[in-house]
Design a protein around this ligand. Structure first.
Ligand SMILES: Cc1cc2nc3c(=O)[nH]c(=O)nc-3n(C[C@H](O)[C@H](O)[C@H](O)COP(=O)(O)OP(=O)(O)OC[C@H]3O[C@@H](n4cnc5c(N)ncnc54)[C@H](O)[C@@H]3O)c2cc1C
Length: 520
């Protein structure tokens, strides 16, 4: 590859100020949120339109450079790191909301739009809901023993009344904790989950259609674009969600807008053991409840969050469960009573309930900021991610704790307990190579254990480069082969993000390398 000629071509296709080549500036793009994986890209190019993406891809193919798509770089698996002199193609400047169609409850956004920007924009829109309400009074002679069925039958829906909610009650539901920073293209590419995944499901359930540029330079448009789900013989948007930038570059997406809940109850319960807390979570689901969210923090995490946000949380607690119920206001108190009774049956130290929206907002802000608050106690941290059967959460946390002790590593946990999506957070110092290797080794043991007990290699953060070597541990050879065939159908010559998600002959990345250089 002739770097100078490559850079000149990129500048000609975009703009000088949108091509980064200075090592000091490139440093920012050497890693994502999984800082153990890092490499300096040959360049970073910021694209603004589908046509530019096509032009840039054509140039990168000509210069035989690996194409590495990147959203806002909040990923936690090294998926957007450009190894092997690859070029990062950043979509952060593709940040236009192209259309919000309230009639069909769909928005069309460029890939770089930040997750919360869309819901913020929708909230600003007036919503004119023409609701035909019965304007006709029941006849004066109607029976005092009012029968709702008869009353409906007799009421003529003739005079429409206009009902105008004060703020638009729709939003884009996927809510990864990174949602103020992460891009919708990145959310789709990792099939991000979030705090409300328990009830709202993952990103793929909210993506109707996708426009993507393939390594051939061709643009494909798959799925429905006008609020409809049906968009072709296969569920290609579903297949693309979670591709981790290995199929092409997503340029725009058509996404569902769904109603936000407006009534909530929040329950916080503190326990003296993580096992009690986990068993409460498992029993709540087992009893048939579907909270909007059920999150858990362990003892160390409670201290970290309390130090940062001063909620008055119980400092002697070893676990905290944060539960949100949403739905029809008049039904919520009864549901809350039942959920509290289950929490009580596992001997909590204390508990709080609230229907105050400000308290709710503050608690979720703290939960979403929990990762960041770890910076107060550790130089570096690495967040692991796996899904396990909810009924096994208690033993999983115990085993994670044991593995941490065996490796002499502090591990703390904050996770989506309702989904069985664990996030053990390994605390270490990345200036010390042996600590990096120790962390990787412990993380691998944790992941393999999660798979052994019926879990998955990833819960929501993707595979990236971090877990690529564990893929064959979960998936047998024919299944791995089929994954590769799917990749080949989109990118037969492995030009895009090779060596991520699936093993590649072309780009091999190993993080476990004693003596590996770690920047100071
Ligand atoms: C504090 C914190 C909290 C987090 N909480 C959650 C959480 O609750 N749930 C969750 O699921 N994740 C969470 N994450 C992880 C991360 O935010 C998500 O994976 C997010 O979806 C990544 O979006 P991004 O725009 O930053 O993508 P990037 O990190 O830039 O890229 C991620 C992957 O997607 C690919 N990609 C990005 N954009 C495109 C595109 N336009 N076309 C093709 N491929 C593309 C990249 O190549 C890479 O493989 C969290 C991260 C942090 C730092």
């Amino acid at each position: 590859m002739n770097r100078q000629s490559l850079i000149s071509d990129l500048i000609a296709a975009t703009a000088a100020e949108r091509v980064i080549t200075d090592p000091a500036e490139l440093f920012v793009y050497e890693s994502d949120g999984f800082t153990i994986a890092h490499a300096r890209p040959a360049a970073v190019v910021f694209v603004t339109s589908t046509e530019e993406v096509q032009a840039v891809i054509t140039i990168l193919i000509k210069h035989e450079a690996q194409i590495v798509p990147r959203g806002t770089g909040t990923g936690l698996a090294g998926g957007c790191v450009a190894f092997d002199n690859g070029v990062v193609v950043s979509t952060v400047k593709m940040n236009k909301i192209l259309a919000i169609d309230m009639e069909n409850r769909v928005a069309h956004v460029q890939a770089g739009v930040r997750n919360t920007s869309l819901s913020d924009a929708v909230a600003q829109l007036p919503l004119e809901m023409e609701v035909s309400l019965s304007a006709q009074e029941p006849p004066a002679t109607s029976s005092p023993s009012f029968d709702p069925v008869d009353a409906m039958a007799g009421a003529a829906l003739t005079t429409p009344k206009k009902y105008m909610p004060t703020t638009n009650p729709y939003h884009f539901a996927p809510d990864p904790s990174s949602q103020r920073a992460s891009s919708i293209g990145g959310n789709a590419s990792t099939n991000a989950g979030g705090i409300h995944t328990l009830k709202d499901f993952v990103t793929s359930n909210h993506i109707l259609g996708i426009e993507m540029v393939l390594a051939s330079g061709e643009v494909i448009k798959v799925g429905g674009h006008n609020g409809a789900y049906e968009g072709g013989p296969f569920d290609l948007p579903g297949l693309i969600c979670g591709h981790e930038g290995t199929f092409g570059i997503i340029c725009s997406l058509w996404v569902r807008l769904v109603p936000k809940a407006s009534s909530f109850r929040t329950i916080v319960a503190f326990y003296s053991t993580t096992a009690d807390a986990c068993n409460a979570v498992s029993d709540i689901i087992g009893a048939g409840h579907l909270p909007a969210a059920m999150e858990m923090l362990d003892g160390a995490m409670i201290q970290i969050v309390e130090d940062a946000f001063h909620f008055g949380f119980s400092r002697q607690a070893q676990a905290m469960v944060l539960i949100e119920l949403d739905g029809i206001d008049s039904l919520l108190d009864a549901q809350m009573k039942e959920v509290c009774a289950i929490c009580d049956s596992h001997s909590p130290i204390s508990g709080q309930t609230s229907s105050d929206p400000n308290r709710r907002a503050a608690l979720w802000k703290a939960r979403k900021s929990a990762f960041g608050a770890i910076g107060r106690i550790s130089h570096s941290y690495c967040t692991q991610d796996a899904c396990v059967p909810r009924s096994k959460l208690a033993e999983v946390l115990q085993r994670i704790d044991e593995i941490g002790k065996e490796h002499g590593l502090a591990i703390t946990n904050v996770f989506h307990a309702g989904d069985g999506n664990v996030h053990p957070i390994f605390l270490y110092d990345d200036r010390l190579e042996e600590q990096v290797q120790n962390t990787l080794a412990a993380a691998e043991r944790v992941l393999k254990y999660c798979i052994d007990i019926g879990g998955t290699v990833t819960g929501e953060h993707g595979v990236g480069v971090e877990k690529i070597h564990i893929m064959p541990y979960q998936f047998d050879q024919p299944t791995m082969q089929q994954f590769l065939r799917v990749k080949q159908a989109f990118d037969p010559d492995e030009r895009i993000n090779a060596g991520k998600l699936m093993p590649s002959e072309k780009v091999k990345i190993s993080l476990i390398k004693p003596g590996r250089h770690v920047p100071q």
